[in-house]
Design a protein around this ligand. Structure first.
Ligand code: FES
Ligand code: FES
Length: 171
């Protein structure tokens, strides 16, 4: 089947999609967007987190056909050209990236948290990121990155900047 949707603000088509094919597979293997990672393919690790019509989802659990006509934003869509989003910058600066496999999912999840709650407490950060697993960092650097991003987004008034699809999410 053919699936069409908007990805990071651009209309995209994928042909010959199998009925059981996941949105994650289509993004990575058919549309050339490898940012969202495939670590478990079972909804357990959060490394494939994307926005689907403004709602944070695990792309490995969404059938590509279910996303027909939807607006999708991936980690690639958070940057503005070559300019990283403050959340992306904060992860790099905090040293919260080691192997980097969990990082795209954590960044999208952090972005979602901060647009809903621009000044989260540590327990709120931990709760929001509970579905994102990292095998490398011990999470302290990740917490630091979220705090840094929250401070910067607050300063810049960019908490609601979720890129395409933000409006639907009530950002
Ligand atoms: S790859 Fe989707 S949750 Fe792990
Ligand atoms: S940096 Fe390696 S899994 Fe998180």
């Amino acid at each position: 089947m053919r699936v069409s949707f908007t990805v990071n603000g651009e209309p995209r088509l994928a042909d010959h999609v199998w009925e059981g094919e996941s949105l994650l597979y289509v993004l990575r293997e058919r549309l050339g967007l490898p940012g969202s990672k495939n670590a478990c393919e079972q909804g357990e690790c959060g490394s494939c987190s994307v926005y689907l019509d403004g709602v944070l989802v695990c792309a490995c659990l969404v059938l590509a056909g279910q996303a027909e006509g939807s607006e999708i934003v991936t980690v690639e869509g958070l940057a503005e050209g070559d300019t990283l989003h403050p959340v992306q910058e904060a992860y790099v600066e905090a040293g919260a990236v080691q192997c980097g496999f969990c990082t795209p999912g954590l960044i999208v999840t952090t972005h979602d948290l901060l647009r809903r709650n621009p000044s989260p407490t540590d327990p709120e950060i931990r709760e929001a990121l509970a579905g994102n697993l990292c095998r490398c960092t011990g999470y302290e650097k990740i917490l630091e990155a979220v705090r840094t991003a929250a401070g910067r987004i607050g300063d810049e008034g960019r908490a609601g900047d979720a890129g395409p699809g933000a409006a639907e999410a009530g950002a």
